[in-house]
Design a protein around this ligand. Sequence first.
Ligand code: AKG
Length: 333
Amino acid sequence: MDVNDSWRGWIAENLILGGQPGDLAGVMVRAGVAEAVALAEVEAALASPYLRGAERLRNRLAKRDWLLGIQARLNRLAPSAEAAAIPRRAGLTGDDFLRDYYRRNQPVILTGMLDGCAARDKWSFDYLAAQLGEHEVEVQFGRDADPDYEINSAAHRRRLRFADYVALVRDAGVTNDFYMTANNDGHNRAALRQLLADLPPLDAYLRPDRGGFFWFGPAGTITPFHHDLTNNLMIQVAGRKRVRMVAPCDTPGMYNQRHCFSPVDGRRVDTERFPLMAGVPVRECVLAPGELLFLPVGWWHFVEALDVSITVSTTHFRWDNDFYSDYPARQDF
Ligand SMILES: O=C(O)CCC(=O)C(=O)O
């Protein structure tokens, strides 16, 4: 087998990551490269001034990881109950929310904010079908057949009458095969906008032009670990959701190599496959109907519906929330 530029890129990346030259050559030999050729390529890479440039970048990254790691280690000094929980606060004013959670990039569950609102009282299968049944909506389908259904979300979009989707959810039992998510918002926004009027303004926290993404599906839907690019408020209208969260400073444990996604399975964290996850505090809650979860920007989260569930999420906070504009354009890490 010839050594092409793809191999050369692999050699460079693995030398930068600290791989041993002999081990790298061994992998190449097992893939069919002649031993003398493999050794010569690894030697050439080691001698290359291009590698010196990449090493400086590695050193800079190591320094940033060290700084992040300080926060991660200090977090581990918290008592274990605190490290695992997400606090619940009732009647939090906008100023208190800003000071204690938004500015500090800390999650919190806000309780009592949906009491008596029309959405909580009215959003049943029959009501939704009667209000909007004839609208065509978009939903993610065929998720069971694709382990990367979230990364490949564009390929899973399908359209149907909202009344048909409501019936599908009602009869589904427990499944992750279909789910109306924020990935369908581009199509669904206009059709579902009128439902937003059934929610209170939540103007202590949100701007008047609140907007909202609809997440509507059966029990059993799973949104795999990822982080958002903005602060986000999950408004849980119906059903319960289990949410697991990992702080941004523990990102090395999430093995994030693509955009905002992680291969770590939130249902059961496999520390043999992902050893850097060992000891990482995973905060957990079961979000009940009527509760609001503040998901701070950059926090990894995994979400599993325990019941038929309707969530509206919104990013229209009263305070700076444009972290998206300077997000890295290149997203393979
Ligand atoms: O509710 C869900 O399934 C996922 C919500 C979520 O991940 C988000 O709003 O960013």
